[in-house]
Design a protein around this ligand. Structure first.
Ligand code: NAP
Ligand code: G4F
Length: 337
């Protein structure tokens, strides 16, 4: 059996990656979870309760801020693959919590790399780092690994640190370590405060009458948005090659927040202009205006292709969140008085 450790298993990508790995009978998946006062595992509950995965899906307490927990788990599990997806992943929040973000996102990557390096003395182990297109920041599009990085947030600076540590561990110690520079990827499991999910949740609630406005920031920003379920396959492919290497993973298309709004509201026969209000609270001290990735290496070397296109992604999220809104309304209407 192959043992894979996944940090950030309770997040959007962690849940899709766990499903993907478990769909391969040779994998045992070990997810690292943080202790919290309320359980935050709704994205992976279906895997935890599925009897088919009882012997192949395990959760362990650990934290990227805590080297000891990472070291002892590497020692105990002795994984073949490690996917480092854990992060304080919200760009706007990183301006409010720059030191915490640097600690978990930047130093956290170094902590797990060190734990993996110790294990690599005794057995082969492959490492994946969840790097981000935010690292390109204000660099003009299209962005590829030949584009100079110009990060524009504490989050992006911390990710860049993690990226270069990953590259350096590969070069200095000969480790099989890869950095996947992934452009934005979304899904019905996307965190509710990221822009796409905020829009589809808001549109659904407006449609059924639970909400009458949606308060947003900069609608002119453009992103290369793909489907998270497609993107986790590229992570796995990166660890199955004969040589370790970094890749850009993107769709190669870019759309504005305004366009996302138009399409999402339009799918519900609504005009977003009737409902969207501006609030500077949702803008950033420094913005990333346009992200557009060049995924040719991922296509040519890994054979990776995104399967869900932009329209398909918006539709999937709108339909999911309309159903959620309908259920919420139903519960409110039938609540005992
Ligand atoms: P997400 O939904 O925000 O999930 C983040 C995960 O990290 C959660 O499981 C969270 O645990 C965990 N985490 C947070 N702080 C931690 C800590 N101190 N120690 C251990 N785990 C911690 O993020 P995502 O969208 O799945 O993204 C996965 C990774 O890819 C992140 O590193 C993100 O920065 C990166 N990335 C994402 C995108 C994208 O568009 N989604 C693009 C490029 C790169 P809790 O559930 O307990 O909070
Ligand atoms: O959805 P967002 O918060 O994602 P952002 O900042 O692009 O970061 C995401 O993608 C990165 C990859 O490029 C990841 F590394 C990172 O972890 C995260 O997953 O914002 C997208 C755009 C921004 O330009 C923002 O200013 O939408 C704009 N926006 C406009 N109104 C808003 C809002 N963003 C949020 N979150 N909320 C708004 O009301």
């Amino acid at each position: 059996m192959k043992h894979a450790v996944v940090t950030g298993i309770t997040g959007q990508d962690g849940s899709y990656l766990a499903e993907f790995l478990l769909s391969k009978p040779e994998y045992v998946v070990h997810g690292l979870v943080r202790r919290s006062s309320t359980l935050n595992r709704s994205r992976i509950d279906h895997l935890t309760i599925d009897p088919a995965f009882r012997d192949r899906f395990h959760l362990h307490y650990a934290d990227l801020a805590d080297s000891a927990s990472l070291g002892s788990l590497m020692d105990q599990i002795k994984p073949d693959e490690v996917y480092n997806l854990g992060a304080q992943s919200h760009v706007r929040v990183s301006f409010d919590q720059p030191l915490y973000t640097a600690d978990v996102v930047g130093l956290g990557t170094l902590r797990i790399l060190e734990a993996v390096r110790q294990l690599a003395r005794t057995k082969p182990v492959r490492f994946y780092q969840a790097s981000s297109s935010e690292m390109f920041g204000s660099a003009p599009p299209p962005q590829s690994l030949d584009t100079p990085f110009h990060p524009r947030s504490p989050y992006a600076c911390a990710k860049l640190y993690g990226h270069w540590q990953t590259v350096n561990y590969r070069e200095a110690y000969g480790m099989y370590a890869c950095s996947g520079v992934l452009f934005n990827h979304e899904s019905p499991r996307r965190g509710e405060s990221f822009v796409t999910r905020k829009i589809t949740l808001g549109a659904g609630r407006i449609k059924v009458g639970l909400q009458d406005r949606l308060v947003m920031g900069n609608l002119d920003a453009k992103r290369d948005w793909g489907f998270a379920g497609d993107f986790v396959k590229a992570m796995w492919l990166m660890l199955q090659q004969s040589e370790p290497k970094d890749y850009v993973v993107a769709t190669g298309e870019t759309h504005s927040v305004r366009e996302f709004l138009e399409i999402a509201f339009g799918m519900l026969d609504l005009d977003y202009q009737d409902f969207v209000k501006f609030d500077p609270r949702y803008t950033r001290p420094s913005e990333v205006d346009v992200l557009l990735g060049d995924p040719s290496e991922a296509k040519n070397v890994l054979g990776w292709r995104p399967e869900v296109d932009f329209q398909g992604l918006v539709k999937m999220m709108v339909e999911h969140d309309l159903e959620l809104a309908r259920r919420e309304k139903h519960l409110l209407e039938y609540r005992p008085q």
